[in-house]
Design a protein around this ligand. Structure first.
Ligand code: UD1
Length: 428
C-alpha cells in the first residue's frame, strides 16, 4: 500500500497543467461501443478509473491501442460480449455507463452494480426509469443489473432529481434509438456537453446539452471519430484551492475558465485574487483567507466534488463559515481527519460549521474517498510538520501525476511504498 508524505509550509509557485476530465472520459470511453469503426480519443487522463474502463472495453472484445500516455485508438468492431462482471466493474461508479452503451449497441447488457466513492447512497433508479422509457426491461439477476430490449424507441424522461449519471446513460442509449428522446431536468455539467459533442462527432443528433432539456434524435449508424476530452474542472479547482491555501502564486493552464465560474466566485469571496485568461487562471494569495458560506448544487452551482477541498481552505480562514452539502447524503466523513489536524468543524446534518483556525498541524490521516483525499493533500501542504496520508488509491482514481504536478510548483510531497518505509511487514 502506498502513502503520501507531505512536509507542509511551502508556498506553491509556478504553473500546473490540467489533465483531461475524469468524468467526461469515463462517459465517452464506454460510448465508443456505439461506433461502427475505430475512434481515437485524446487528452485522456492517466488515472486508475480510466484504466478500469479501458480494461473493461478490452474485456468486452474491443481492441485498445495506446498511441501515447493520454491518447488511445479503440476499435469496437470486435466487441462480442454484453457482460461487465464484478471484477471488471470493481470500484468504478462509471461502470453503470456500460448499461447504456451496451444497450445501445446490442440491445442487451449485464453489468455488475456500480462501485465508486462511499459518499452516500448511489441508486440508479433514474437510469432505469430512462431505459424503460426507451422500451427496455431492467431486472436484477444474481446481483447483476440486466437490461434488454427488442428495439429501442425514443421516449420522454423527466428526472426526479438532477442526475449526471442518468443523463449520461440515457443520452448514450438514446443515440441509436428510433425516434426522438427528450430528457427533462437533465444535468448541465461540462462533461454532459462534452459527451454530446463526442456523440455528435460520431454522427449522433443531440441538441440542448448544457441546458435542462436535452433532445436526442436517434440515428441508425454512428461512425468512428477523433475527439479530444475537455480539461478537468475539479482537478483545476483543486489546484486553485491548493494555491490559495498555501498563499501561493500559481498559473493553472489548459482550463476552460467558464467551467470554473462558481469556484472562482467563491475564492474571490474568500479574498483570493484570480486572474482569468483564455485557457488559464492565475491564483494569488498573500493573506489568510476570509470566511464565506458555500452550498453545493448541480452545475452551474458550486460542485459537490470541490466541497472537501474548499472546506479545508475555510478551516484556516479568519472567521466562521457554513458549508452545506445538497447533492450527496453524507459527504463529511473527511471532517474527522481534518479535526485530527486541528481543524475546528462541527457537522450538523447537511451542514458543516467551520470555525477557522490560524494553523493546522500534521497528523496521520487517510483519504476517505477521492475528493476527501485531495482535501488531505491540501491540509498537509499548509500544516506544520509531516503529514502521512494513507488509502491514496482513492486519489489515484482521479488525479493524474499529482506528486509530479505539485512538486513542480514547490510542494514537498512524495509517494512511498512499504518497501521504502525502512521496515518490512513480512515476518521472517
Ligand atoms: C457524478 C460524478 C460525481 C459527482 C456527482 C454529482 C461521475 C462519474 N461522477 O456522479 O463525481 O459527485 O455526479 O455532481 O460523473 N440519484 C438518485 N437516483 C439515481 C441517480 C442519482 O437518487 O438514479 C441521486 C444520488 O444519490 C445523488 C444525486 O442524485 O444524491 C446526484 O447523483 P448523480 O448526479 O447521479 O451522481 P453520479 O452520476 O453518480
Amino acid at each position: 500500500m502506498d502513502k503520501f508524505i507531505v512536509n507542509g509550509g511551502n508556498r506553491l509557485v509556478g504553473r500546473i497543467c490540467v489533465s483531461g476530465a475524469k468524468n467526461a472520459a469515463v462517459a465517452i470511453l464506454p460510448a465508443v461501443l456505439l461506433a461502427e469503426s475505430p475512434c481515437v480519443i485524446e487528452n485522456v487522463p492517466d488515472i486508475s478509473d480510466v484504466h478500469g474502463i479501458l480494461r473493461a472495453l478490452s474485456g468486452l472484445g474491443c481492441t485498445v491501442t495506446p498511441l501515447s500516455r493520454t491518447s488511445f485508438e479503440i476499435d469496437p468492431r470486435g466487441a462480442n460480449s454484453y457482460i461487465v462482471n464484478k471484477e471488471m466493474a470493481k470500484g468504478m461508479r462509471a461502470s453503470s455507463y456500460f448499461l447504456g452503451a451496451l444497450l445501445g449497441r446490442t440491445l442487451r447488457a449485464k453489468v455488475a452494480p456500480p462501485g465508486g466513492c462511499a459518499i452516500g447512497l448511489r441508486p440508479i433508479d433514474q437510469h432505469i426509469k430512462g431505459f424503460e422509457a426507451l422500451g427496455a426491461k431492467v431486472t436484477i439477476e444474481s446481483g447483476m443489473v440486466v437490461a434488454r430490449a427488442e428495439k429501442l424507441m425514443g421516449g420522454s424522461v423527466y428526472l426526479d432529481m438532477v442526475s449526471v449519471g442518468a443523463t449520461v446513460n440515457i443520452m448514450i442509449a438514446a443515440a441509436r434509438a428510433k425516434g426522438m428522446t427528450v430528457i427533462e431536468n437533465a444535468a448541465r455539467e461540462p462533461h454532459i456537453v462534452d459527451l454530446a459533442n463526442f456523440l455528435n462527432s460520431m454522427g449522433a443528433d443531440i441538441m440542448g446539452a448544457g441546458t435542462s432539456v436535452i433532445k436526442i434524435r436517434g440515428v441508425e449508424h454512428l461512425h468512428g471519430t477523433s475527439y479530444s476530452i475537455i480539461p478537468d474542472q475539479i482537478e483545476a479547482g483543486t489546484y486553485m484551492v491548493a494555491a490559495a491555501a498555501t498563499k501561493g502564486d500559481v498559473v493553472i493552464s489548459n482550463v476552460i475558465p467558464k467551467h470554473l465560474e462558481s469556484i472562482i466566485a467563491k475564492l474571490k469571496e474568500a479574498g483570493v485574487t484570480v486572474e482569468e485568461g483564455d485557457e488559464f487562471v492565475r491564483v494569488t494569495m498573500d493573506k489568510r483567507p476570509g470566511r464565506c458560506n458555500v452550498k453545493t448544487m448541480p452545475h452551474p452551482g458550486f460542485p459537490t466534488d470541490m466541497q472537501p477541498q474548499f472546506a479545508t481552505l475555510l478551516a484556516i480562514a479568519d472567521g466562521t463559515s457554513i458549508v452545506t452539502e445538497s447533492v450527496w447524503e453524507s459527504r463529511f466523513r473527511y471532517v474527522e481527519q481534518l479535526t485530527f489536524m486541528g481543524a475546528n468543524i462541527q457537522v450538523d446534518g447537511k451542514s458543516a460549521i467551520i470555525s477557522g483556525t490560524e494553523r493546522l498541524k500534521a497528523a496521520p490521516v487517510k483519504a476517505d474517498d477521492l475528493r476527501a483525499g485531495a482535501a488531505m493533500i491540501i491540509a498537509g501542504l499548509v500544516a506544520e510538520g509531516q503529514t502521512e496520508i494513507t488509502d491514496i488509491e482513492y486519489i489515484d482514481r482521479g488525479y493524474e501525476q499529482v506528486v509530479e504536478k505539485l512538486t513542480a510548483v514547490g510542494a514537498d510531497i512524495k509517494r512511498v511504498s512499504d518497501e521504502n518505509l525502512g521496515y518490512s511487514l513480512k515476518a521472517n
